[in-house]
Ligand binder design. Sequence first.
Ligand SMILES: [Mg+2]
Length: 365
Amino acid sequence: MSGPDAAVTALRTAVYTVPTPQTEGDGTLSWSATTAVTVEVDAGGRTGLGWSYTSASTAALIDEHLAGVARGRDPMDVPGAWEAMVRATRNLGRGGPTSQAIAAVDIALWDLKARLLGLPLTSVFGQARDAVPVYGSGGFTTLSDAELRSQVEGWLTAGCEMVKIKVGQSWGSRPRRDLERTRLVREVVGGDVQVMVDANGGYTVGQARTMGEQYDQLGVTWFEEPVSSDHLDGLAVVRSAVRCDVAAGEYAASVFDARRLCPVLDCLQLDVTRCAGYTEWLRGAALAAAHGLEISGHCAPALHAPVAAAVPNLRHVEWFVDHARLEPLLFEGVPPVRGGRMQLAPGLPGHGMRLRPDAEQYRKS
Ligand SMILES: [Mg+2]
């Protein structure tokens, strides 16, 4: 069989690890490499590609629990495959690696479906825009001032009208340094570019209120995870005390997680690689709309492009430096950023991306 009537015949996983140029860190974690677990699915002479930024162990989870669910299924029925994967992993827990594993398969299946139909994925989802606004994101606490300045200048050169840096250094123990770095970025970008900060849950509620007041004075527009995103009451307290928008949601694995967060946020963040793929991200966008909120795509810029283009209530997608560097190393067809927007590939079937043959140098298994 070929074309839309084909069944999924094979699923392959692989693990790629790309080292960062130096050890990087935010307020509450440091790392020295980025791992992508990829999934390829075949049907009707076409191959769909998906991936997650996750632990290498997620590949084993996919092989053991999800490959058998995907094989033999109708590739047109991606929500059905998604539901079957969620049911098959009930005893593993819905969040974390399970959700990241389902995401890689779900994204591969959507890509496969669009390729079988010969359509861009944006057309399959319904296209609300032909370019996706991004914000430059990185600004690690581990950078020197010169490195921070140079990174921010790179985003301005790419036309970004919004930039985000990490604060909450050393679990909120360096507040003066946080403010110095934020002031530096404000000075580099001038008055017309939005400055955003992300504390990665590094502050206490009291600290976040005090720091939020200072960020307000610096014209910061976005205060991400001022406190742990598990602390809903704390997020609500901070939100009522500051003028800048409070955002969170990057760890949400489901619409149920997102529903708990929406009442205490000004913008919902969702990550296609952590919320079980395109299927749940689109539902999350609808949920945000029902709360009168916009949605922002967290990290994985190239993967967010097709869904971000499809939802009217999109604010932006995070052009995260680690992923912006990794994606063109591993994949062909990554949408370029020009004028502060990801430019969608016109007319290419699926999301338009393929594994690069020379990505093998980063392959771990
Ligand atoms: Mg964040």
